[in-house]
Each structure stands twice: as structure tokens, then as C-alpha cells.
Design a binder for this molecule. Structure first.
Ligand code: UTP
Length: 305
């Protein structure tokens, strides 16, 4: 039987350049969807999957993340005094067991693979999850929980995948599953950011992984790959040849790429509409906006006859 996954690594040391100037002083992971920062969604997903230890790989300028999971006694006292029960409840989401959160620094941004490797001493010799908080997944059963359940059957390494348009494959790690279909597929090859013409499929790896400690050993010796960065994909791909235990998992749910402006805006709309207290007013606004955008098009069509 596979060992339980109780540790998750959250690599959050990137610059987040696509959100400059905001990310000059605010970590990307603190940007909110409605009223909860991206990192809160990631933590909740990990908790739901049974994770007990949360390892953040941070860098300079990320202290807001550490503060987010710290106590806030003055704020709490003020809320208690004002009997703001709903807000006290909201704040409780950020409570973490003492000692459950650990931070390790990636001193140089050398890529996602290098960031995960920086956590090796905290991970030790056991399977672990990796969650990229800028991939937010809206799902009935949280994505990592779906993966943990599938992993209980397969063991080994597992990457979350989804089909992407062929034109977008060069932005992702792409898996070769030899034409198989299904929820869990055996991976025959993996390539980071291939040209569309060279891509073995349109199954893209997105930011959820369950990995064996062997991947950490591979990272130890790995040279920089695509984009001059140490690629996690390359270290996982080495396990295909050695042990043949890499699985692609097709999750059920909708993924939002909150590392891109467009994906972030889409997620804001989706999560905004999902909130009972916002839906009515927000939907009215969207409807009116859409109507006002369509009106000139309609007028043009009428003028053209
Ligand atoms: P991205 O490729 O999205 O880079 O990293 P980024 O810096 O966050 O954002 P852009 O592209 O400049 O806008 C994917 C994940 O890997 C982490 C990032 O924090 C993000 O969670 N990462 C990346 C590291 O922790 N260290 C690195 O050296 C590179």
C-alpha cells in the first residue's frame, strides 16, 4: 500500500512578473479572488486531501505570506469587542496548527524544480504533494483529494493534467499517454514547453503533483532545461525510464490560470457569481455591461441592412 501524503510544498518564490507593478510589493499568492487570497484556496484544498504539514518555498519580498498565517491578536480583540461574529469566523480560515507551517527560502530563482528541491530536508523520505497556488481549481471534490484517492490505487508519481488547445501546448509540460484515455493514464514521456509541432499530445500538466522522494534525488543532479530553469517536469520524466511509475490524472473541475491576467479575471467572475450575497447585483452588472457592448454591434448590423 502507498504511504499517505501528509506534506505539501507550495513553491511561491517566483517574481510574478505578469502582475507587475502589483507584485512589486504584494506576493501574487496574496491577490484575492473576491475576499480570499489565492493561497487560502490552495491551503484549503491541501487540508481537504489530508495534508498536515505545509511547506512554503519563499523568497525576498514574500513576508506578507508569512504574516497571513500568523495570529492577529489586536484585530481579533477588536472584532470580538464589536461582536463581529461573521468576520471572526472568516478570520479563522487562516488559523494553522502551531508548527504545521514551515518556510524555506529559495535564494535564487532557478526554476520550479529548484524551488521544490529547496524543500528536500523538510520533505524527507516520503511522498509529498506540490501545489502551485496560482492554479485555482473549482471542483466538487477538491482536485488534490481526487488525486490522493487515485494515488491510493497507483502509488508512484502523479501529475494533474487537462486538455488544452493545441496552439497553447508550448506554455505547458505535455505528457505522452500513447493515445490512452481514462481518468488515470500511464505516462510514456513528458516534455516541458514543446513546440506545437513536436508535442506528443495536448494533455498539459497543471499545478498539482504527488511525487516520490526519488524526484528530489533527480533534482539534485539536474541541469537547467527549458527557459534556462531547473524544470520539475524533467526530474519527473526521469522516473518514467527508471521505474515507469508516472501517472497522468484527469481531474474533474474547472482550472483557472490565476498567474495570467485573463485567467485571474475569469476566476474573479466565476467565484464572484458563486457567492450568494454577490450574485444578484454582480449578475445585473455583467448583464448590463454585455448588453451595452452588444448594442453598437446591433446598430452596425441594422445600418448595414
Ligand atoms: P511561474 O512560471 O508562474 O512564474 O511559476 P512566476 O514568477 O510565479 O510568475 P511570472 O511568470 O513571472 O508572472 C510557477 C510557480 O513556480 C514558482 C512560482 O512562485 C509559481 O508558484 N517558482 C517559479 C518558484 O517558486 N521559484 C522559481 O524559481 C520559479
Amino acid at each position: 500500500m502507498s504511504r499517505k501524503v501528509t506534506k505539501a510544498v507550495f513553491p511561491v518564490a517566483g517574481f510574478g512578473t505578469r502582475f507587475l507593478p502589483a507584485t512589486k510589493s504584494v506576493p501574487k499568492e496574496i491577490l484575492p479572488l473576491v475576499d480570499r487570497p489565492l493561497i487560502q484556496y490552495a491551503i484549503d484544498e491541501a487540508r481537504a486531501a489530508g495534508v498536515k504539514e505545509f511547506i512554503f518555498v519563499t523568497s525576498r519580498g514574500k513576508s506578507a505570506l508569512e504574516d497571513y498565517f500568523d495570529g492577529a491578536p489586536e484585530l481579533e480583540a477588536a472584532l470580538h469587542e464589536g461582536k463581529k461574529t461573521a468576520l471572526i469566523e472568516a478570520l479563522k480560515q487562516t488559523d494553522m496548527d502551531s508548527g504545521a507551517v514551515a518556510y524555506v527560502r529559495q535564494q535564487e530563482r532557478r526554476g520550479l524544480g529548484h524551488a521544490v528541491w529547496c524543500a528536500r530536508r523538510l520533505i524527507g523520505d516520503e511522498p509529498f504533494a506540490v501545489i502551485l497556488p496560482d492554479d485555482v481549481i473549482d471542483a466538487e471534490t477538491p482536485c488534490l483529494k481526487q488525486m490522493v484517492e487515485a494515488y491510493a490505487e497507483t502509488g508512484g508519481n502523479m501529475v494533474a493534467t487537462m486538455e488544452v488547445p493545441h496552439a497553447s501546448v508550448s506554455s505547458y509540460g505535455i505528457v505522452d499517454v500513447g493515445g490512452q484515455t481514462g481518468t488515470t493514464m500511464s505516462v510514456r514521456a513528458m516534455v516541458e514547453k514543446p513546440k506545437a509541432a513536436d508535442a506528443p499530445s495536448n494533455f498539459a500538466v497543471i499545478g498539482r503533483y504527488i511525487l516520490t522522494p526519488n524526484v528530489l534525488k533527480n533534482l539534485e543532479k539536474l541541469e537547467a532545461g527549458a527557459g534556462g530553469e531547473v524544470q520539475l517536469t524533467d526530474a519527473i520524466a526521469q522516473e518514467i525510464g527508471r521505474r515507469g511509475d508516472v501517472h497522468a490524472f484527469r481531474f474533474r473541475g474547472q482550472r483557472f490560470d490565476c498567474g495570467s491576467k485573463s485567467g485571474y479575471l475569469q476566476a474573479t467572475v466565476a467565484f464572484g457569481l458563486a457567492r450568494d450575497e454577490l450574485r444578484g447585483e454582480f449578475l445585473d452588472y455583467l448583464q448590463t455591461t454585455l448588453d451595452s457592448l452588444r448594442e453598437p454591434l446591433r446598430e452596425k448590423a441594422v445600418a448595414r441592412g
